[in-house]
Ligand binder design. Structure first.
Ligand code: C2E
Ligand code: CA
Ligand code: CA
Length: 749
């Protein structure tokens, strides 16, 4: 037989170690088999005692016993007629019995050379007769014996006697096997209970009737019922009452042994704490057979914490943290899904008008509150069929599945504008905002999700161009415009960073004697690829972008510095005209910025003339008047540019603190051959006289125009006749300003 497990080598008398023999290996296995019965030092087993009694009676022996042969001793487990409990193994008759397969019979020990010197024979209890059968387990290990003994020798031990003793030994073995199985079961159970009670997961078992049969310490903590309360209760106590029909039914079916899809799986359901509180619980279920009946086990775990973490992660990934609206990614996913379902849909891009002003004027806390309110209104307006999302900043988007009709979509856009335009009450403030909406329909013009969003964005751009506060439906031509403008916007960013803007100066002259009175500063973009760009190519995009005020400020400071340089070169009087844009009025600090530019450059206030247009005036009424008033008080001139082209009424002239009207070049252009243009020019000149304003004509290209203007009483002009807008150096050369004298252009009459 091969050695299976090593045992410690024994030291032989000479002190050299020897490898364990097969006999030793067998002996260890035999001792192990004996230990498994848990009988050596156990209470006497009544059924063994009964067999021993039977043996003594049937075979007429004064003493009978079961002896187990341990490593160094024999232990009498059940005995009659014997006062000893155990002896050394050396003296044991049984130690010899177990070494043989058959029964050992010693009729007279005093006559037997093997035993005659044995202390049990020579002293108490004076054994003469002995008969023992080895108790051999199913695995072949002789763990002990069933024996008879007596103080008197016997003459015979018949074949029948031997058979009876052997049969009784078999009964002893059956009983021992039951004990072994029971001990093994007890070990498994205690192992299970230890593990179950140290596990942080609740472990619950139930019988075939669905009654709790095991309830671990963690189950007490998780569900609140003590072991005593839980044992015998139906599994229903695990779930809330309202769910008992469903889950309990399932659990009971499983407990009865029915195969369900829940088995072997981890399922999540609502658990119920003793006090009725509910919590999410994760269950792993299994069944097995126990004594021929189905048994049921569940491992349960509280997953509230995990839910919270998952929820938080979900929110971070899918929701905008400020408004709790879905974010861009969610909306995009929703749009893709709608497109996949081939269902018509409308996408609305929404931009709050005037949000930046509220944010700047009242701070971010108010701005955030306004955005949250706007998000709530949007959510309600969109309802459950659509999805509203925040795109960042003050931009929102909405997808409306099943809306394919342009009229319905535009009406929805208008509804959105209406709710978003209601006053916002925040911290005792009332903020008024508007909204612009771009609408794109799928599958009308747009195929992909991103394309649909881009189309809605292009339509939004148009809505803003059309004066904001309106909804516009996407049409294909918008795409190109939007693209161009986007490219332009990107280019403008770079232009600002790289300093690609330059100013050109157009001379303004006195019509009577042709002397230089000043210049208008006009912006140009020195584009690295496209060359010198005129304002018409980029100004609209710049004005609508975020950088308009910054660029306007740069124009102001540069023009003031240049004008002052020329004045210091001896050109006086010299006035510089600077065009303003609407954005410069929005920030509310224009007066300070103008004052700073003047202080920085040393230019006197009266040498600066700011040019404003009707668009500026009409967009921001109350603030603009106050600002202009302050500028006037400082001594800065205010010219009304392009006068006559718009709707500017007479009352405007009264309300605004102007110093000059600029006759638009379109009227000057028609002055000599169109009686209506001539009439307008005359009217503007008269108007300026009656309001005490100065007047200047733009776009004078011919000598005839110059003379007619002069005849009508206009004293100043600018135009190609006197000089085109030109770079600084050219201006200096043409007008010899660096030599201290101002000369009229040689082309002038
Ligand atoms: P504007 O203020 O009416 O400027 C006069 C425009 O008329 C200039 O066009 C100028 O080149 C052009 N012009 C001058 N004389 C004649 C002429 O005899 N015949 C013709 N046909 N045109 C003449 P420009 O430079 O292209 O500027 C266009 C507009 O861009 C300006 O109109 C002004 O509204 C705006 N702009 C220019 N520079 C600035 C600036 O620095 N800031 C702001 N906010 N706007 C500017
Ligand atoms: Ca101008
Ligand atoms: Ca003009």
């Amino acid at each position: 037989m091969a050695e299976i497990f090593p045992i410690s080598p024994r030291i032989n008398p000479e002190g050299a170690s020897v490898p364990p023999s097969h006999a030793q290996t067998d002996e260890e296995a035999r001792l192990q088999a004996l230990a498994e019965h848990e009988i050596l030092d156990a209470e006497p087993d009544p059924s063994l005692a009964h067999i021993v009694e039977l043996a003594a009676r049937l075979l007429g022996a004064p003493a009978a016993f079961v002896s187990f042969v341990d490593r160094d001793r024999q232990v009498f487990h059940a005995k009659i007629g014997l006062s000893l409990c155990e002896t050394d193994r050396d003296v044991a008759f049984c130690a010899r019995t177990i070494a043989q397969t058959d029964i050992l019979v010693v009729l007279d020990a005093s006559q037997d050379p093997r035993f005659r010197d044995n202390p049990l024979v020579t002293g108490a209890p004076f054994i003469r007769f002995y008969a023992g059968v080895p108790l051999r387990t199913g695995d072949g290990h002789a763990i002990g014996t069933l024996c008879l003994a007596g103080p008197k020798p016997r003459r015979a031990f018949t074949g029948r006697d031997r058979r009876i003793l052997a049969d009784l030994a078999r009964l002893v073995l059956d009983r021992l096997e039951l004990r072994r199985v029971e001990a093994a079961r007890r070990a498994t159970q205690s192992r299970f209970e230890h593990i179950a009670d140290t596990s942080s997961d609740a472990i619950i078992c139930a019988d075939a009737h669905g009654r709790v049969s095991f309830w671990s310490a963690a189950a007490e903590r998780l569900f609140g019922h003590t072991v005593a309360e839980a044992l015998g209760q139906p599994l229903a106590i695990l779930v809330p009452e309202r769910m008992r029909g469903g889950h309990e039914g399932d659990l009971c079916r499983i407990a009865r042994g029915a195969a369900t899809r829940l088995l072997g799986r981890t399922v999540e359901l609502i658990g119920r704490y003793k006090d009725g509180r509910e919590f999410p619980v994760e269950l792993s279920l299994c069944t097995w057979a126990e004594n021929g009946h189905a048994a049921f086990g569940a491992i349960a775990r509280d997953v509230s914490q995990r839910h919270m973490v998952e929820e938080r992660l979900f929110q971070l990934a899918h929701l905008d943290t400020l408004t709790n609206l879905p974010n861009r990614a969610v909306l995009r996913g929703r749009i893709e899904a709608v497109i996949l379902e081939a269902c018509p849909a409308a996408v609305l891009m929404i931009d709050l008008d005037g949000f930046k002003e509220v944010n700047d004027a009242h701070g971010h806390a108010v701005g955030d509150a306004v955005l949250r309110l706007a998000a709530d209104r949007l959510r309600i307006c969109v309802g459950t069929t659509g999805v509203a999302a925040r795109f960042g900043g003050d931009e929102f988007a909405v997808v409306l599945p099943d809306v394919g009709d342009p009229l319905v979509a535009i009406a929805k856009g208008q509804a959105v504008i209406d709710v978003l335009s209601k006053p916002y009450r925040v911290e005792g403030l009332v903020a008024r905002l508007g909204a612009s909406v771009g609408v794109a329909l799928s599958p009308a013009y747009c195929v992909g999700g991103d394309e649909l969003l881009a189309c809605a964005d292009a339509a939004l751009y148009r809505a803003k161009m059309d004066g904001r506060g309106c909804a516009r439906l996407f049409t294909p031509d918008m795409r190109e415009i939007a693209q161009r403008e986007r490219a332009c916007r990107d280019g403008l960013r770079r232009a600002i960073e790289q300093g690609e803007f330059v100013l050109h100066y157009q001379p303004q002259v006195s019509l009577s004697d042709g002397t230089l009175t000043g210049a208008e500063a006009l912006i140009r973009w020195q584009h690295p690829e496209l060359g010198l760009l005129m304002p018409g190519a980029f100004l609209e995009v710049l004005d609508n972008g975020p950088d308009a005020a910054q660029v306007g400020d740069w124009v102001l400071r540069t023009a003031c510095a240049q004008a002052q340089a020329w004045r210091q070169g001896g050109v006086t009087p010299f006035r510089i005209g600077v065009n303003l844009c609407a954005a410069q009025f929005r920030d509310g600090d224009l007066t300070e910025r103008v004052a700073a530019a003047l202080a920085e450059t040393g230019l006197p206030a009266h040498a600066l003339e700011l040019e404003i247009t009707e668009t500026i005036i009409l967009r921001h009424d109350p603030g603009v008047v106050a600002t202009l008033q302050d500028l006037r008080t400082m001594g800065v001139g205010i010219a009304f540019d392009d006068y006559g082209t718009g709707y500017a009424s007479l009352s405007l002239l009264k309300r605004f603190p102007l110093t000059r009207l600029k006759i638009d070049r379109s009227f000057v252009n028609g002055l000599c051959n169109d009686r209506r243009d001539a009439a307008v020019v005359r009217a503007v000149i008269n108007l300026s006289r009656s309001f005490g304003l100065e007047v200047i004509a733009e776009g004078v290209e011919t000598e005839e125009q110059r003379q007619r203007l002069l005849a009508k009483g206009c004293n100043e002009a600018q135009g190609y006749l006197f000089g085109r807008p030109m770079p600084v150096t050219e201006f200096a050369t043409r007008f010899e300003v660096d030599r201290g004298r101002a000369h009229q252009s040689s082309t002038a009459a």
